[in-house]
Write a protein that binds this ligand. Structure first.
Ligand SMILES: [Mg+2]
Length: 266
């Protein structure tokens, strides 16, 4: 079975996109795309998983990168991996393809291990149900592997509340990852939306806000990750909330911004 086209029992994973058949239709009042890790769930990779990933990436990129290149992997996250990918492509040209594909597979294995301990953040389930009831179509757009996101959503009984899942597009190219708007546009094109209905992107990282803005969406900074509401505002967030559970479906459907809703210091 190709990694690029994997049938699942509800929808098809094709180059990193899973679309639920019979998506939301003309009754859709608004679209809310959302990031995954630290916005809807926490993946919880443990120390061993991080160390295994670091060793695998160091081993793979040994021919092209200096020793210690991945020492800050855990601090800087996928930015370090993206830089390694791009440097390998610069130095090896098309010969980097196999190497970079193996690195992507190593990251997917890492995410699979982290997924075993994934926790849905408080109130997310209830909020997704309310959004569905309010006619808001929800899509997940993430830098994680599509198959892992899909698996976690199914296991948690949330997959039916999400109409499209767009993770890493394969073959992976960091130029298509956030802050690029590429994956957000892919998700938007999969959701039927009557003209004039608002579309949003919610995420916990400044790059989520930048990607949403670049895609022409209204944005919600969700301060449930490592970045504060003021940081997300500086990145250009239309509004901020403390948690995904605090997103008001009425405001989303109306496309209006009533207030910045965060309790920090209030
Ligand atoms: Mg995130």
């Amino acid at each position: 079975m190709s990694r690029h086209a994997v049938d699942s029992h509800r929808g098809t994973i094709h180059t990193g996109v899973v679309v639920t058949p019979a998506p939301f239709d003309r009754f859709t009042r608004a679209v809310l795309l959302t990031d995954f890790d630290n916005t809807l769930v926490r993946l919880h990779p443990n120390d061993r998983a991080w160390e295994e990933l670091r060793l695998r990436l160091e081993d793979l990129y040994r021919p092209v990168l200096a020793e210690g290149f991945f020492s800050r992997l855990r601090v800087d996250g996928y930015d370090v991996w993206y830089r390694a990918h791009n440097l390998a492509a610069d130095r090896l040209g098309s010969d980097a393809r196999g190497l970079n594909d193996q690195a992507e597979a190593a990251v997917t294995d890492f995410e699979r291990a982290a997924a075993r301990h994934a926790q849905v953040l408080p109130g997310v389930r209830e909020r997704l149900l309310h959004l569905e009831g309010a006619g808001v179509a929800v899509g997940v757009v993430s830098s994680n592997a599509t198959a892992i996101i899909d698996e976690i959503l199914r296991r948690q009984g949330l997959r039916d509340l999400v109409s499209v899942v767009v993770g890493r597009v394969l073959p992976f190219d960091p130029a298509q990852a956030k802050p690029s708007p590429f994956t957000l546009r892919t998700a938007l094109s999969a959701i039927v939306r009557p003209p004039g209905r608002p579309a949003w992107y919610a995420g916990d990282h400044p790059d989520d806000i930048r990607a949403g803005t670049a895609a022409g969406l209204l944005t919600i900074g969700v301060a449930s990750g490592r970045h504060s509401a003021p940081d997300l505002t500086v990145a250009g967030a239309t509004m901020t909330v403390d948690a995904f559970a605090a997103i008001a479906q009425g405001d989303i459907a109306a496309g209006r911004v009533v207030a910045t809703a965060h309790s920090g210091g209030a």
